[in-house]
Design a protein around this ligand. Sequence first.
Ligand code: SAH
Length: 276
Amino acid sequence: MENEMTRLEMVRALVGEVAELAPGEVWLAGAGPGDPALLTVQLLAGLAQADAVVHDALIDPRVLAMARPEALLVPAGKRGGRPSADQADIIARLIALAGAGHRVLRLKGGDTYVFGRGAEEALALAAAGISFRIVPGLTAGLAGPALAGIPTTMRGVNQAVILATGHPAGPAVPGDAPEPDWAALARLGQTIVIYMASRTIGRIAAAMIAGGADPATPAAAIAAASTARARVAVTTLSGIAEAVAAMPGADPKIVVIGAVVAVRAELLALADQVRK
Ligand code: SAH
């Protein structure tokens, strides 16, 4: 107990008062792309207070190790195509834990509200009358490219960033959710960042090219961003499917399409802090 109080005190010393994770409350928190150094201070405060941590499969064990030693760790992972906890079960578990008076931290990869089903969980908690707080995290679609030396915006190059899912129904959920109109998105000429596209990128790139996109448009795939397994492949729209297929299958990947990808080569030539 002494250690955990010390951790919370340390967070308080850094930022002054931090929010209290109250008994019966749930924090829906984003843990960033992987590297524990990219956690928010508010998430550290949540880890220092939680009685139960309900976490996705992609959460780094070092992050879970920051929970209080007596905290209950509940895996609720979702990985595309793998057996996973059902979303309804996860929601039921959150409601049961909070209903029993626990202080609950729901830990997701990246940002809570970017393709992580955080909104569904927030709506379900609200409907059940359970108080909750959103703790935003760094989303992989912005942090991943940045760490790879790819700015998602650059003055004079683009004026918008599109965050899209290559797997509209979400991981491990079969179904026929509507797909983005890839050709229309590509025609905007802006940066397109695609999550969960490992298995669909061939079809997506073909749809863009069929819709008039230049096959030579710069494109990159970034795997396991911010972790020791991080990989970056820079190619073109016509080569992106092959580049993604050549990366380790189990690692999560972000695809970036657009002229900003070419900035990486310029940066690499000038700086050595860009991840190869
Ligand atoms: N809420 C998360 C996204 C969840 S969907 C966020 O804001 O980042 C899961 C997808 O996120 C993966 O399929 C992959 O496309 C992406 N992703 C998550 N972590 C990643 C990482 N470290 N490197 C590359 N892509 C990652």
